[in-house]
Ligand binder design. Structure first.
Ligand code: AP5
Ligand code: MG
Length: 189
């Protein structure tokens, strides 16, 4: 099974996708987590991507596509994978499609989490007090939200046209949202 989680910063992609991947026994693959890890570990990828993360801008498509392809090639993903935060541009979505076509597989569902703007800001600002992510500052949150609208949100039409888009209301407790997602994945929503 291959699932894609789409949604603006703070919409609950990480919260929900970690939970669902554990329930389904599939790999949770978060490009944001992998990129932050590369920065923390000081790898050559980390040194190339740090400034993009800190400014809330997308890392160049080719770097992220290579990163995800190498992970999907790992046998650990043979049993299924949940992509959290990838693809994030039409270029990335097309690269993923061509990668999957070569492998003879396809995406099963694209889950789009919908949360109003003001709630997104509040959630991220609340998290900034606890986790200290370098991109959880008011200015960078604004930049991330703008990038979502300009570059990532066109993916909803892209996947709607492919019949893969499942839109989920992301307001409520994490358990309520999880239940809506389960219903979509099971096809009985
Ligand atoms: P990434 O790490 O993916 O960050 P993001 O998209 O900005 O989203 P967040 O991780 O902030 O939010 P989330 O949707 O996961 O919500 P969460 O569950 O944490 O990307 C970071 C950066 O990496 C990008 O800006 C870019 O530079 C780079 N990058 C990553 N992927 C890339 C790609 N494909 N291409 C290029 N660059 C890429 O929840 C948020 C908070 O709300 C938490 O505190 C949580 O506890 C809380 N919460 C969750 N659910 C609820 C609920 N139902 N009610 C109340 N609070 C809730
Ligand atoms: Mg996240």
């Amino acid at each position: 099974m291959l699932l894609v989680f789409l949604g603006p910063p703070g919409s609950g992609k990480g919260t929900q996708s970690r939970r669902l991947a554990a329930e389904l026994g599939i790999v949770h693959l978060s490009t944001g987590d992998l990129l932050r890890q590369s920065v923390d570990e000081g790898t050559s990828l980390g040194s190339r991507v740090a400034s993009y993360l800190d400014q809330g801008q997308l890392v160049p498509d080719d770097l992220v596509v290579d990163l995800v392809a190498s992970r999907l090639d790992d046998p650990a993903c043979d049993g299924g994978c949940l992509l959290d935060g990838f693809p994030r541009s039409i270029v990335q979505a097309e690269a993923l499609d061509s990668y999957l076509t070569k492998r003879g597989t396809q995406i099963d569902h694209v889950i789009e989490l919908q949360v109003p703007l003001e709630e997104l800001r509040q959630r991220i600002l609340a998290r900034s007090q606890i986790e200290g992510r370098s991109d959880d500052t008011p200015e960078t949150i604004t930049a991330r939200l703008e990038v979502y609208v300009s570059t990532t949100s066109p993916l909803t039409d892209y996947y709607r046209q492919q019949g893969l888009l499942r839109t989920v209301d992301g307001i409520g407790t994490p358990s309520q949202v999880a239940q809506r997602i389960r219903a979509q994945v099971a096809g009985d929503a």
